[in-house]
Design a protein around this ligand. Structure first.
Ligand SMILES: Nc1nc2c(ncn2[C@@H]2O[C@H](COP(=O)(O)OP(=O)(O)OP(=O)(O)O)[C@@H](O)[C@H]2O)c(=O)[nH]1
Ligand SMILES: [Mg+2]
Length: 405
């Protein structure tokens, strides 16, 4: 797996890859989640600031492979589950007042700006305080951590916007600029898009004249912008969390109960040939010889998985990318009859695309030259010819026909 990370790092696709960030206070389990989902070795320990430098790795979204529907063998999936690569970023923990430089401060926020969305890892057990120091289980309220993280992000945006506010507001009026676009150019470095700002503005009734906005107006706007960023709450350490914490996090924040540690154990046991496990499944099979301690540990994990439908790790990733970022998977092929590339590989690639993308967008995604010389596409399932504006559906198998130079 580590080799895969290096290889992907070298090709240009790395920059274009969908990326998700792991956010949260110190000691909540971000690196455990990261290591489990990438199998990249990173330090994990029960004290704050174990992680100092950000790590990038490759994890996967799990989708049903289209080979089953097409009744072909593709050799690219695991028991008809296809794992489509995305980038995941593990960062240092965030403590209150990070935006003022406390803890490791703004560096953390900078490392996350390329992320399309976040998994906010929360210590649902309440066994660590707001700075990640161990306390008794149930002593700290995890909801506080969610609210504080959102506020930190908002204050970070606010800090950027207020830096040049007078000048920016004047320019918006003088040059009649679109407010969301002008603000997006300020917040670009923080990874905020014009669309997120536009939607945030829609929910607020701010004065048409931006020069009349108060500091509180700007703060409100920043809080709304944070709400627009796709994020999933991972209620981690659910194995030791009080029941009412889990219930509340699920009910109020749509959180996913997670046991990142279990996912890590399962992936390592799988690598050693002790078990058969497909990430995202709600069970596993023991196939190797285990000692008593291993058996006991795995049975504890199995009962967690039965209760919560899996370890929660794959569920968080899938929910963020497929439900919140609204991405679909399409399969480009060169031979629409055999579903292969030019070398005969069946369904060689699976691309994550934004819902609403067109056949031409797919052509550009494959290669700029193919996008520019696009003629038409073919739906390999029906053999129908498709125009450039055809809107892709999840699971489409598409051949692009273009002018060869
Ligand atoms: N019980 C339990 N403990 C967990 C779980 N996931 C992680 N831990 C433990 O939580 C502690 C912190 O884990 P890390 O992954 O280092 O946490 P982090 O958020 O990366 O911490 P920093 O890098 O310091 O910000 C370690 O002792 C882990 O073993 C879980 O699902 N259940
Ligand atoms: Mg860490």
């Amino acid at each position: 797996m580590e080799r895969e990370n290096e290889e992907i790092g070298k090709n240009t696709g790395w920059d274009k890859m969908v990326s998700i960030g792991l956010a949260g206070k110190p000691n909540c389990g971000k690196s455990t989640f990261f290591k489990a989902s990438t199998m990249v070795d990173v330090p994990i320990a029960n004290y704050p600031f174990t992680t100092i430098d950000a790590h990038n790795g490759v994890t996967h979204v799990r989708v049903p492979c289209v080979c089953r529907e097409l009744k072909v063998e593709c050799g690219k999936c695991v028991k008809n589950w296809r794992f489509v690569p995305i980038k995941i970023i593990d960062v240092a923990g965030l403590v209150p007042d990070a935006h003022k430089g406390k803890g490791l401060g703004n560096e953390f926020l900078d490392n996350l700006r390329q992320a399309n969305g976040f998994i906010h890892v929360v210590d649902a057990s309440g066994g660590t305080d707001s700075e990640g120091n161990p306390v008794n289980i149930g002593e700290h309220d995890p909801v506080e951590d969610i609210l504080f993280l959102e506020k930190e992000f908002a204050m970070w945006y606010f800090g950027i916007l207020t830096r040049n506010w007078g000048r920016v507001a004047k320019r918006i009026n003088l040059e009649r600029l679109e407010v969301h676009e002008a603000l997006a150019s300020q917040l670009h470095g923080a990874g905020v898009t014009a669309e997120e700002i536009r939607r945030a503005l829609e929910t607020l009734k701010l004065d048409k004249n931006v020069e009349k906005w108060s500091e509180d107006d700007l703060k409100d706007l920043c809080m709304k912008i944070v709400e627009m960023k796709p994020r999933v709450i991972s209620a981690n350490k659910a194995d030791v969390a009080p029941e009412e914490n889990i219930k509340r996090l699920v009910r109020e924040f749509d959180a996913i109960p997670t046991m990142a540690e279990a996912e890590l154990v399962l992936r390592m046991a799988q690598e050693k040939g002790l078990i058969e496990y497909i990430p995202g499944d709600d069970d596993f099979e023991i196939v190797g010889k285990l000692n008593k301690a291993q058996e006991k540990a795995l049975e504890k994990i199995r009962s967690f998985m039965k209760k919560f439908n899996g370890t929660g790790v794959q569920q968080c990733i899938n929910k963020l990318v497929l439900d919140l970022l609204e991405m679909i998977v399409v399969y480009p092929v060169e031979d629409e009859n055999k579903f292969t590339d030019s070398e005969g590989n069946v369904l060689p690639d699976a691309y994550l695309m934004n819902r609403g993308s067109t056949a031409r967008d797919l052509a550009y995604e494959i290669h700029t030259d193919i996008g520019e010389s696009f003629l038409y596409a073919v739906d390999a399932k029906t053999k129908r010819r498709l125009g450039e504006k055809y809107e892709l559906s999840d699971g489409d198998v598409i051949k692009i026909v273009f002018v060869k130079k």
